[in-house]
Design a protein around this ligand. Structure first.
Ligand SMILES: [Zn+2]
Length: 171
C-alpha cells in the first residue's frame, strides 16, 4: 500500500517516477513507447500540468496531463489511445488505459454533479469530495474483456464493416 497521495504536485515527484503523458487528451508516444522517465520530461511540462498516481500490478506510474503539446520538444508524437491498442509492445497497454481513465475522472469531477460546489481532493484516497453536500466521486475504471468463440478447431474472427485493413480480430 502506497503512502503517496493519489493527487501529486510536481515538486513531490521523484527521479525514478515513470510518467504516462497526455497532451490535450492524446498520448505522447515515441517509437510505440508511452512511458517517460521523470528526468527526460519534467522540465518541459508547463505550469498547467497535473499529476495523478496510477497503480498497476503493484507498480506505480504517474499520469500527467497538460493542455499544451510538448511532443515536438522530445521528438515524439501524440496519438489517440485507441491507436496503441493493437501495437505489439513489451509495455502493457492497460497502463495507458488506466491513466487515461483516471485523468478523465479528475477532469470531469472538478465540480459536484449534485450541487455544483467545487470538489476537493481526499487526503489519502483516490476520491474527490464535495464539502457542501457530502457527495463522493470515485473513478470508474472500465474493465476490458476479450471472448474467444470456438467450434471444434475453428475460431470466430471478426472486423468492423467499415474497417478495410486485412486484419481480423478475435470477437
Ligand atoms: Zn455537492
Amino acid at each position: 500500500m502506497s503512502n503517496r497521495s493519489f493527487f501529486l504536485q510536481r515538486e513531490s515527484l521523484i527521479s525514478t517516477d515513470r510518467l504516462v503523458l497526455f497532451c490535450d487528451n492524446r498520448v505522447v508516444v515515441k517509437d510505440d513507447n508511452f512511458i517517460w522517465q521523470h528526468k527526460n520530461v519534467i522540465d518541459l511540462l508547463p505550469a498547467d500540468a497535473e499529476f495523478l498516481l496510477v497503480d498497476h500490478d503493484g507498480e506505480q506510474f504517474i499520469a500527467a496531463h497538460t493542455a499544451h503539446d510538448i511532443s515536438d520538444k522530445i521528438t515524439a508524437e501524440t496519438r489517440s489511445l485507441r491507436s496503441l491498442l493493437f501495437k505489439e509492445s513489451d509495455i502493457d497497454f492497460s497502463i495507458a488505459g488506466k491513466a487515461s481513465q483516471i485523468l478523465s475522472w479528475y477532469r470531469t469531477h472538478r465540480y459536484c454533479g449534485v450541487c455544483g460546489n467545487k470538489t476537493s481532493q481526499h487526503e489519502d484516497q483516490r476520491v474527490l469530495l464535495c464539502a457542501n453536500c457530502g457527495e463522493q466521486y470515485f473513478p470508474r475504471i472500465n474493465p476490458c474483456a476479450i471472448v474467444l468463440v470456438t467450434r471444434g478447431r475453428e475460431i470466430l474472427l471478426a472486423r468492423s464493416a467499415g474497417f478495410f485493413a486485412p486484419d481480423f480480430i478475435v470477437a
